[in-house]
Design a binder for this molecule. Structure first.
Ligand code: FE2
Length: 440
C-alpha cells in the first residue's frame, strides 16, 4: 500500500482535476468506503410498490450489511437490520416474498417479532428470568435502519442513526424524482417487469462515472449505432420508426450535441446530464396523454414534465434516474472490483401503456447484459479496471473543462461534456471519507 490510510490523507488521492487509481483498486479503501460513505450517505433501497401488501418484503445489502424492507400491519414501510437479535442469523433468506402470517419468526430458535420489529416471544422463556437478556440489545427486538425516508414512493435509508438530514442531503436534485413521478397523471409509479442484475468486474465508481459521461457514446456505441442505422436504411423507415430505433439511433449524436445538452452539479455528489435536452427528448408525443397530464397537473407543469428529459440524474452514490424512459439504475458495490447494477422499470399509473413499453424496451436494448449497448460499456469498465494496474501513470485524468472557480461553487451549470460531472462525485467522496459529512 502506497498511501497512509489515515483519514486526513484521503484528499491526496483526489486532486482538483485528477484521481489516484487507488480509489478504484485498493481493498482497504473499499472497506473504508462501506463504513464512511455508504453507511453515512442516504442510499436508495427500493420502491414502495415492490411491497404493496402487509408482510411483503425484500432484502438487500447496504454498506456491507444485510437489511430487510417490509410493509407492516399499519401499511408503513419499515427497514430493519436483517439479523435475529438472539444469535445473529438472517431472519429473511429470500430476495423478496410475502410472509405467511402477521409475524416474523427466526428459523433457528423460533424467536418471533411483530412486523414493527417488536419482540413477541421465544421458547424456554423461564430460562431468561434473572438474566440481563431483556435489557440487552437481544431483548429490544429487530433493530431499525439508522434513518428512513420514503420520498414519493422511493425508499431511502441511512445506515448510521446520526448524519445529514434527508432534504439537506439531496436538496434540489429531488426535483428529478418529482418530474419522474409527475409523468403519471395520478402522481404514482409502480415497479414492473422485474429487475435486471448485471455483475460487473469493476469498481462501482467506474460505473457511476460512466452514467454522466456523455462523451463515450460516440466511440463506445459507434458499432451498435452503425448496425442499427444500416438496418434502418435497408427498411426505409420513413416516419414509421419502431421504438427500438427511436431509442438506439440517438446514441449516434456527435460531440457538439452532447456538449450543448448541458449539465449541472449539486452539493454532496449529485448531478444531472442533459439539462436542456438529451438523446431521450425526441420520443413521440401522445395527445391524449398530454391532455390527461394537463388535467392533473396544469398546463405549465405539464410542459415542464414533458420537455425535461435529462439523460441521467445521479443521486449520489446509489441511484440514477431516467425520467424518460421511466427507468432507474441502482449501484450496489460488492467488492473493490465487483459491482452489481440493477435496472428497474416503472409503470406510470393512469398513463399510457406505451410508457411502460418504452421503459422495458430501453432496459432490454441498453441495460441488459444481452443488449446491443451494455456489453460494450461493460467491456470497457472491465478493461479500465485491468488497465489501471499499469504503472505507466497512477492518475486518472478528469481535466476536461476544469475551471479553478468550480470548487467554490457546489451548485453549478456546465456543458454536457464537462468532466465536472465526474469531479463532483470525487469531491463528495473525499468529504465522506474524511468524515467531514458527520461533522456538518
Ligand atoms: Fe455507454
Amino acid at each position: 500500500m502506497r498511501h497512509s490510510k489515515k483519514l486526513g490523507h484521503m484528499q491526496h488521492l483526489v486532486k482538483e482535476d485528477c484521481v489516484h487509481r487507488d480509489v478504484y483498486l485498493d481493498e482497504a479503501l473499499f472497506a473504508q468506503e462501506q463504513q464512511e460513505l455508504f453507511a453515512n450517505a442516504w442510499t436508495y433501497l427500493g420502491h414502495d410498490s415492490q411491497i404493496p401488501a402487509t408482510g411483503d418484503f425484500f432484502t438487500l445489502d447496504v454498506a456491507g450489511q444485510p437489511f430487510v424492507a417490509l410493509r407492516d400491519q399499519e401499511g408503513q414501510v419499515r427497514v430493519f437490520h436483517n439479523r435475529c437479535p438472539h444469535r445473529g442469523a438472517k431472519l429473511f433468506a429470500a430476495e423478496s416474498g410475502r410472509l405467511d402470517g402477521r409475524f416474523i419468526r427466526c428459523a433457528y430458535h423460533s424467536w418471533s417479532f411483530r412486523l414493527n420489529g417488536a419482540p413477541i416471544s421465544m421458547p424456554l422463556k423461564e430460562g431468561y428470568e434473572g438474566t440481563n437478556m431483556a435489557c440487552s440489545p437481544a431483548g429490544e427486538g429487530m433493530k431499525p435502519i439508522g434513518a428512513l425516508q420514503v420520498y414519493r414512493g422511493f425508499i431511502f435509508g441511512r445506515v448510521n442513526p446520526q448524519g445529514m438530514d434527508f432534504r439537506d442531503y439531496f436538496g434540489d436534485v429531488l426535483s428529478s424524482i418529482d418530474l419522474m413521478v409527475d409523468r403519471s397523471p395520478k402522481g404514482e409509479l409502480q415497479i414492473e417487469g422485474g429487475v435486471l442484475r448485471n455483475t460487473i468486474a469493476c469498481n462501482w465508481k467506474l460505473y457511476l462515472e460512466n452514467i454522466n459521461d456523455s462523451v463515450h457514446p460516440v466511440s463506445t456505441h459507434e458499432s451498435a449505432v452503425r448496425a442499427a442505422q444500416s438496418v434502418a436504411d435497408d427498411w426505409n423507415l420513413g416516419t414509421n420508426v419502431p421504438m427500438a430505433f427511436e431509442q438506439i439511433l440517438p446514441f449516434g449524436q456527435r460531440y457538439d450535441f452532447f456538449k450543448e445538452m448541458g449539465g449541472q452539479v449539486f452539493p454532496h455528489g449529485h448531478s444531472i446530464s442533459g439539462t436542456k435536452f438529451s438523446i431521450h427528448s425526441g420520443y413521440g408525443v401522445m395527445p391524449e396523454y398530454v391532455s390527461a397530464l394537463q388535467a392533473a397537473h396544469g398546463e405549465a407543469r405539464t410542459k415542464e414534465i414533458l420537455e425535461r428529459s435529462p439523460q441521467n440524474t445521479v443521486l449520489y452514490p446509489s441511484l440514477a434516474l431516467k425520467g424518460s424512459p421511466q427507468t432507474i439504475r441502482v449501484i450496489r458495490p460488492v467488492a473493490v472490483n465487483r459491482t452489481v447494477i440493477e435496472s428497474w422499470n416503472f409503470r406510470t399509473v393512469d398513463g399510457p401503456e406505451l410508457l411502460l413499453d418504452r421503459a422495458l424496451t430501453y432496459s432490454r436494448l441498453v441495460y441488459s447484459p444481452m443488449s446491443v449497448v451494455a456489453h460494450d460499456d461493460v467491456h470497457l469498465f472491465e478493461m479500465q479496471q485491468q488497465g489501471l494496474r499499469s504503472n505507466a501513470n497512477e492518475w486518472i485524468s478528469l481535466h476536461r473543462e476544469y475551471e479553478a472557480s468550480e470548487t467554490a461553487e457546489p451548485t453549478r451549470m456546465c456543458s454536457g461534456t464537462s468532466e465536472l460531472l465526474l469531479r463532483n462525485f470525487h469531491r463528495a467522496w473525499v468529504t465522506f471519507m474524511t468524515s467531514e459529512s458527520q461533522e456538518a
